[in-house]
Every structure is written in structure tokens, then in C-alpha cells.
Design a protein. Sequence first.
Length: 201
Amino acid sequence: MAPPTREAIMRKALFVPCESQADLKHWILVYLGIDMPDGNVDPTSNSNPMALLWELYDDMHYNRGKYTQILSYASRDSFKTLGAAIKAADLEGTLKGAGPFTVFAPTDEAFAKLPAGTVEGLLKPENKDKLKAILTFHVVSGKVEAAAAMKLTTAKTVNGKELKLDASSGSLHVGKATVTKADIQASNGVIHVIDKVLMPA
């Protein structure tokens, strides 16, 4: 049987609940079927399988985004509400697509700023269309990284409506929200984290 490819290992490793670098390295060793070595081993030695481990780990650590779809970020701690909303609006299939997409992603704290009961109401089946309209107002077709976005004044969303962009203050503002973290790379686009939920007019 052929050994697993580098990309296959990285994709599988994304779903391993490793709590530290050591856990991740140990998991890759086990996955590759490499016995843990005794004593000190030079990880840079080409004759040693540990060299592959270190190379794979570095690739995972520094280039994780290229193996991760946009949708997977919605399952992370700061985006639980966004993930639930995407599921309720039946947009999972869309965000698993090849894209590329640019997503302005509100955190759980951003959703919490909405009036009491708003999120719960939007998640109800009868409000699915309204929820979909709101979520697609956060998505732009194509990959627009922060440097390019800061030169724009508007961007057409998947919703069909224009989103206002303003970088005159030195920070990127999208509608009434501020981008708090930019250029999170994904295999099918890029994510910019925002501090407020965008509401289409």
C-alpha cells in the first residue's frame, strides 16, 4: 500500500484534538507508523524518518489555512453562533464549494451585541430566508485580502447588495463593523473577523 500523501496527513491532522505541539508530533508519528525513537535523534537528518515529521509539522503550523475550508472555521470556539446560523440557513454546501470566497465573519461576541432574542429568532425555521439574506451579506465572491480591501469603497456581496468599506482611519471598516483580524487563509478563500453583525438595508 502506498504511504499517505503529505496533504492527506495534513487534512486528517486538522481533526485531531491535539493540545500541544508534542501531541501533534506524536500523532503524526503514529499515523505514519514510525516507532518513537530512543534517545536523542537529529530531526534534520535525511536518513531519519523524524526529518519528515518535522517537515510535516512545520507545514501544518505555518500553512494550516491552505488545508482548511472556510466552513471549518465556523466550528471553532469564537464562531459557534456563526456556525449554527450557517447550518440553519442551509449554507454549508455553498461554503464548502471551491469558491474562492471572502467572508467577513462575526464572532460570538458580535452576535451577542444584537438585541435580546434576535439570534434565537433568526435561527427558527420560519426565518430561514431572512437569516440567509443576512449571512450572504457577509460573503463576497472572490478572494479579497486586506491590502486590496483597504483600497475599495464598496464590494458586492453574494446577497446582491453593496457593502461599504472604509479604511480612511487606518483600520478596515466594513459597514458599521471593524475588522479585528484579517487574512485568515483557507483552501477556498479568506476570512476577515469582524466585531459586529452586518445587517442589509
